[in-house]
Design a protein around this ligand. Structure first.
Ligand code: UT7
Length: 330
């Protein structure tokens, strides 16, 4: 089989209208704008309303990406959804819900559980399915409603996250000079306990009479995740550049998972990469886990920052612990 290339032909995103600033948070939480900005680079986050479910936000982002490309839902062979905050606990998948919202009757639909690295995994998995001829057009979506799994009295982590969605149309392309060139996909399962949603799986299922407690919410060992994140960023960027014979000067943009500005700055310093090569929008959207990279890409496109031929690296890291990156020629 001819080795086809897959490229991102269109992007879309959706964020809830409700925008909550650090100052707003400090009204109900022992925190302040200065601490949050200086420790994370985050200034605001968007919070979903009752109607803005994970599937709904993913659907809106996907619809925008399809519309921009002049496609309908029937033009899609598969929907891959990166999310850690699915509408339903185990089933059905959020991808199936989005398929129905879009009005597609039969395409493949599946969720990817790789947390904040989910979109990075999704691009490479989608590319593989396009290369082997299974699909010719795939929606790769990241969508999250983290506000629903946070303990809003825990200042150690609730200040970090936001809701939103980003979507990419990944298409077959016989032009070898552009597309998702290759990726690094990795995991470190020994760190699984550092970032988790402890309650409600089959290991510790919900039982009749359960009272909502701390283990119903997202748990994060912030320091441990921080150290992992700096190491993961540093290694992925270095290895991706080496794998593709790229020097720092060859790179136009690095689009990292938008977790914390300090993580990115520390990795940039270690890899000797100027910080202005990184596209950062956590100031406005905070950490939207699986949605963060496609949301950043779509935000960049809207601002006219993405140009044909640019060399772009993505880098993701998160629960699992998973990490990875894509090398894309735009
Ligand atoms: O998607 C991937 C997931 N997550 C991440 O990437 C997060 C990785 N971790 C981090 O980004 C950082 O560890 C945090 C931002 C979560 C924490 O930053 P830190 O610099 O490691 O702070 P810390 O936890 O060491 O806390 C320092 C101090 C503590 O006070 P004491 O004990 O020194 O008096 C905290 O209680 O800051 C305090 N603190 C806060 N103060 C005001 C912690 N959170 C807050 C807050 N507002 N929101």
């Amino acid at each position: 089989m001819e080795n086809m290339n897959a490229y991102i032909s269109s992007l879309g995103h959706f964020v809830p209208q409700k925008r909550v600033s650090n100052d707003e948070l400090s009204k109900t939480l022992d925190t302040n704008d200065e601490w949050i900005r200086s420790h994370t680079g985050i200034g605001n986050r968007h919070i979903a309303s009752e109607e803005e479910t994970t599937a709904y936000m993913g659907y809106q982002a996907a619809k925008e990406a399809l519309n921009k490309r002049g496609l309908t839902a029937e033009d899609i062979d598969m929907i891959l959804v990166a999310t850690v905050t699915p509408d339903y606990h185990e089933m059905p998948s959020t991808a199936c819900l989005i398929q129905d919202m879009l009005g597609n009757k039969s395409c493949a639909a599946v969720d990817i559980k790789a947390a904040c690295t989910g979109f990075v995994y999704g691009l490479e998995m989608g590319k593989g399915l396009i290369n082997n001829g299974t699909c010719s057009r795939i929606l790769v979506i990241g969508t999250e409603r983290l506000s629903r799994v946070l303990d809003w009295t825990n200042r150690n982590n609730c200040i970090l996250f936001g809701d939103g969605a980003g979507a990419a149309v990944l298409e077959v392309n016989d032009d070898e000079t552009r597309g998702v060139i290759n990726s690094l996909l990795r995991a470190e399962g020994s760190g699984a306990g550092a970032l988790s949603h402890p309650k409600g799986g089959t290991k510790d299922p919900f039982k009749e009479g359960d009272v909502v407690g701390k283990d119903h919410y997202l748990f994060m060992d912030g320091r441990r995740v921080y150290e992992f994140a700096v190491r993961a960023n540093t290694v992925i960027l270095k290895d991706l550049m080496e794998k593709n014979n790229l020097s720092v000067d060859d790179i136009d943009w690095i689009v990292p998972h938008q977790a914390n500005r300090r993580i990115i700055e520390a990795a940039a310093k270690r890899d000797k990469i100027p910080i202005d090569k990184f596209y950062l929008n956590m100031e406005e959207f905070a950490n939207t886990s699986g949605a963060s990279i496609p949301l950043a890409l779509s935000d960049m496109e809207e601002k006219g920052l993405l140009k044909r031929g640019q060399k772009i690296l993505t880098v993701g890291f998160g629960a699992g612990l998973t990490y990875g990156g894509n090398y894309i020629i735009w």
